[in-house]
Design a protein around this ligand. Structure first.
Ligand SMILES: C[S@@+](CC[C@H](N)C(=O)[O-])C[C@H]1O[C@@H](n2cnc3c(N)ncnc32)[C@H](O)[C@@H]1O
Length: 338
């Protein structure tokens, strides 16, 4: 018995979403958005950007059929309101499709013991994450720091991605200089390019090195350190002992340090938390890929215990602004030596 067409359409809905999300990412990364926002044609794009006509035509036809572009009778292509709506979520596509798209396809190959980590594209992970952070974790970090009310002069951002925390915080603290630590070559290059174009460029440097190595070899004594969505990377790579060593060394060198940690409260087995719309749209996939990419998420209670055992005191704790993200998955601590 052949499958009924209505059943086939229903069964292929997820596949439609799979290709659609890759094509939203492709549109956003194509460098064509500005021309398409103004209105342009396939002919003009082929001529001005040196694109392959047959491939661009196939893409344009797809985007029109999927509702991302309108095409006039004279062939002028323009972005639709739907494409503008997707553009608001650009960094989520950058991280989850650009950074982890290949990871999701490889999950099945990396389930067996000893299969090693699945691939990911670190540059897109770092820059997408920083784009998301502009919406959620940087406002959270600002709130934590404002409640605390201190001033800072020397910042280290450990795992700085494309570097937005560095420039945002240097903007907030006029006396501050900052160093961004980023082991991924694409991430470090993106951070250098971002910083160079910002008004605080002369106060920020980037070093391409692993956070643990940097802490073990530096003579720097920062008064503010940020680990935003990075301590779970170190936990996955170096284990619990590695995290303890990193925190101990950081505070041994700089006993008056304020350490801001932003990370995820692992609630993947909490049915109520996972039923929330944003958990279904985003966190369910986000939580899934971590163990496959040498990352280890833990609950906030697990982290609280580890911080206490490392001799740290929690001076402030908060979660994201509920008008942007009410799930409570992303949480932030300000830590000092107890
Ligand atoms: C999820 S991104 C977070 C980027 C940025 N901190 C943010 O909050 O948006 C994680 C970053 O940590 C970096 N990373 C991974 N392992 C690291 C390590 N051992 N030391 C420093 N950074 C690391 C990755 O390359 C990536 O840029």
């Amino acid at each position: 018995m052949p499958i009924r067409e209505s059943h086939l359409v229903q069964a292929l809905e997820p596949f439609k979403g799979f290709v659609l999300s890759t094509m939203i990412f492709t549109l956003q990364q194509s460098g064509l958005q500005a021309a398409l926002a103004e209105g342009t044609t396939v002919d003009a794009l082929v001529r001005d950007k040196g694109l392959d006509r047959a491939r661009l035509t196939a893409m344009a036809d797809y985007w029109v059929a999927a509702g991302l572009l309108d095409r006039s009778e004279t062939g002028v292509l323009t972005l639709t309101p739907l494409a503008h709506r997707y553009e608001e979520a650009r960094p989520w596509y950058e991280m989850m499709v650009g950074g982890y798209g290949g990871t999701f396809l490889a999950l099945g190959d990396h389930l067996a013991q000893g299969t090693g980590p699945a691939p990911r594209r670190g540059g897109y992970v770092g820059s997408g994450s920083c784009g998301i952070s502009m919406h959620d974790s940087i406002p959270l970090l600002r709130r934590l720091l404002a409640e605390d009310g201190r001033s800072y002069r020397r910042l280290v951002d450990l795992g700085c991605g494309s570097g937005v925390y560095l420039t945002e915080l240097c903007g907030d603290y006029p006396e501050m200089t900052a160093v961004g630590i980023e082991p991924n070559a694409d991430g470090a290059a993106a951070a250098r390019a971002w910083v160079a174009g910002q008004p605080t460029a002369d106060r920020v440097t980037i070093e391409q090195v692993d956070a643990v190595q940097w802490i073990e070899n530096t003579e720097e004594k920062p008064d503010l350190a940020v680990l935003a969505f990075v301590i779970h990377e170190v936990l996955g790579q170096e284990g619990e002992e590695g995290v303890r060593r990193m925190l101990t060394k950081l505070f041994a060198e700089s006993p008056d340090l304020t350490l801001a940690i932003i990370d995820i409260d692992l609630k993947s087995s909490d049915p109520e938390a996972m039923a929330q719309p944003l958990a279904q749209a985003y966190y369910n996939a986000y939580l899934l890929m971590h163990p496959f990419t040498s990352q280890r998420l833990e609950t906030k209670d697990w982290w609280n215990k580890l911080f206490a055992e490392c001799g740290l005191r929690v001076d402030a704790f908060d979660t994201t602004d509920p008008s942007m993200d009410s799930t409570g998955f992303a949480v932030g601590w300000l830590l000092r030596k107890a």
